[in-house]
Design a binder for this molecule. Sequence first.
Ligand SMILES: *[C@@H]1O[C@H](CO)[C@@H](O)[C@H](O)[C@H]1NC(C)=O
Ligand SMILES: *[C@@H]1O[C@H](CO)[C@@H](O)[C@H](O)[C@H]1NC(C)=O
Ligand SMILES: *[C@@H]1O[C@H](CO)[C@@H](O)[C@H](O)[C@H]1NC(C)=O
Ligand SMILES: *[C@@H]1O[C@H](CO)[C@@H](O)[C@H](O)[C@H]1NC(C)=O
Ligand SMILES: *[C@@H]1O[C@H](CO)[C@@H](O)[C@H](O)[C@H]1NC(C)=O
Ligand SMILES: *[C@@H]1O[C@H](CO)[C@@H](O)[C@H](O)[C@H]1NC(C)=O
Ligand SMILES: *[C@@H]1O[C@H](CO)[C@@H](O)[C@H](O)[C@H]1NC(C)=O
Ligand SMILES: *[C@@H]1O[C@H](CO)[C@@H](O)[C@H](O)[C@H]1NC(C)=O
Length: 481
Amino acid sequence: MVVVSPIPIAKEKIKNKFRRILMIMRLPVLLALLLLLLSSLLSVRGGESYAAISCRKHTKSLVDFGGVGDGKTSNTEAFRRAIANLSGYAADGGGQLVVPAGKWLTGSFNLTSHFTLYLDGNATILASQDESEWPQVAILPSYGRGRDAPGGRFGSLISGTNLTDVVITGNNGTIDGQGAYWWDKFKKEELNLTRPYLIEFLYSDQVQIAYITLVDSPSWFVHPIYSSDIFVQGVTILAPIDSPNTDGINPDSSSNVRIEDSYIVSGDDCIAIKSGWDQYGIKFGKPTEHVSIRRLTCISPDSAAIALGSEMSGGIQDVRAETIVAINTQSGVRIKTAPGRGGYVKDIFVKGMIMKTMKYAFWMTGSYNSHPDTGYDPKALPVIQGINYRDIVAENVTYSAKLDGIKGDPFTGICISNVQIELTENPKKLQWNCTDIEGVTSNVTPVACDLLPKKEPAIDCPFPTEKLPIEDVELKMCPVP
Ligand SMILES: *[C@@H]1O[C@H](CO)[C@@H](O)[C@H](O)[C@H]1NC(C)=O
Ligand SMILES: *[C@@H]1O[C@H](CO)[C@@H](O)[C@H](O)[C@H]1NC(C)=O
Ligand SMILES: *[C@@H]1O[C@H](CO)[C@@H](O)[C@H](O)[C@H]1NC(C)=O
Ligand SMILES: *[C@@H]1O[C@H](CO)[C@@H](O)[C@H](O)[C@H]1NC(C)=O
Ligand SMILES: *[C@@H]1O[C@H](CO)[C@@H](O)[C@H](O)[C@H]1NC(C)=O
Ligand SMILES: *[C@@H]1O[C@H](CO)[C@@H](O)[C@H](O)[C@H]1NC(C)=O
Ligand SMILES: *[C@@H]1O[C@H](CO)[C@@H](O)[C@H](O)[C@H]1NC(C)=O
Ligand SMILES: *[C@@H]1O[C@H](CO)[C@@H](O)[C@H](O)[C@H]1NC(C)=O
């Protein structure tokens, strides 16, 4: 798996170094001395530390606030009390709440600034299925309504508004949304409010979610909105492939987002980049930009590895995706939009992608006609421009490309280079079906449509050479609580 934790690597490096020195010396006294040194070094670094944007001075356990990890007792009040208490340390080195081994049932709670939620490897936070444990929260202004129901929405299991410097991490502990209850109500159309998300941040910055496993969210898993400087690393996200709307990570009207080394299996898009819905998103006007996605593995038979849209009315710009693996997934990096959305999707760069068993290698849809209400402006046409894909191999593909722009509003500046697609036993006859698009291809098999003529001499589609500032941010090593 691609999930990489820096902890064992640091430990191995030190071990190997000393092993080499030991082999040369071979003196019993030196050996004893070195072993002593080694053990003291390891207790400071090695397995005793984790990587985070900030370390905290004050650490408390959920048990200190009356938490009971039996999987039955509600810990909603314990979480709320603990976080209220630890918020008192924001100006004094920050607070860290440890969730020890056990199963901790809880309703929704809010985080605080300069704060870390740390899950032990054997800790599971279990989301309550008692609706009274979930407060109703305001609808998102850039959506104008809840997505499941026109009224309000449930607060997310773990959320934060107006925060700075927040970490959710642990030694691969689990947050389980127990979503089956909500999926069932959604399918039966029994919801009056929109389902909760698992983790949501609004108007926040410096947020890190790392080295944890998230399972069975009621709807989307991770939703930063109106936020910036978002780090997601080493996260495993798992939901049944037929669960409704279980998108993995949805950066929404947010900037400077870095997602890496993550593994996602879901019933909807593994990553969906968004920025508000039709007239509400246009009015709010906040784009998602400067997004880096690296070393992502996705399995999603009915959705995309990375979707851009369909809600993109505030604009999406400067997204870089590198080293992406999609297996048994409907499409790779897909654009979804429609007349009425307005906004734009510009400067998208994809480099280094492996796909296996895909319905579509490339898919762009200009008629994704889901609208919040009848008040949208059909003349609000999206601008889709500068979409670059390079260095891609795909096998067992049904349909190389279905690229549908909008009549009178073509998608332009499409560039596809160095792509080898092998087809499934029963491929579509027309492999490249293109309408209302403009661009070029180079070194692509099977040969693309006439609207994407072959460039001679061959070219590589662009990919930015300068890193985003957020890609250069170094993490600190913090002591494991
Ligand atoms: C947090 O709890 C400690 C006792 O563990 C107490 O001394 C302190 O006053 C509490 N702080 C807040 C802000 O509640
Ligand atoms: C969390 O914060 C939001 C926004 O302020 C609020 O509406 C909601 O009630 C809070 N949830 C809890 C559990 O306090
Ligand atoms: C989880 O618990 C098991 C059994 O007690 C133990 O062997 C294992 O080391 C623990 N794992 C972590 C990550 O703490
Ligand atoms: C967040 O900040 C805005 C602007 O300062 C303020 O209007 C709003 O009440 C704050 N909300 C919360 C939940 O803190
Ligand atoms: C974390 O746990 C998940 C679920 O058990 C597992 O699939 C994944 O490989 C683990 N990740 C790491 C880094 O150990
Ligand atoms: C929710 O909607 C149903 C109809 O779908 C209605 O019967 C019920 O009264 C509503 N509940 C609330 C709390 O509004
Ligand atoms: C190839 O794709 C088809 C679906 O088009 C699937 O049924 C089959 O299992 C795949 N074969 C391999 C070898 O993965
Ligand atoms: C090609 O795409 C157009 C537009 O979506 C569609 O109407 C047509 O049926 C497609 N043709 C084939 C052969 O799939």
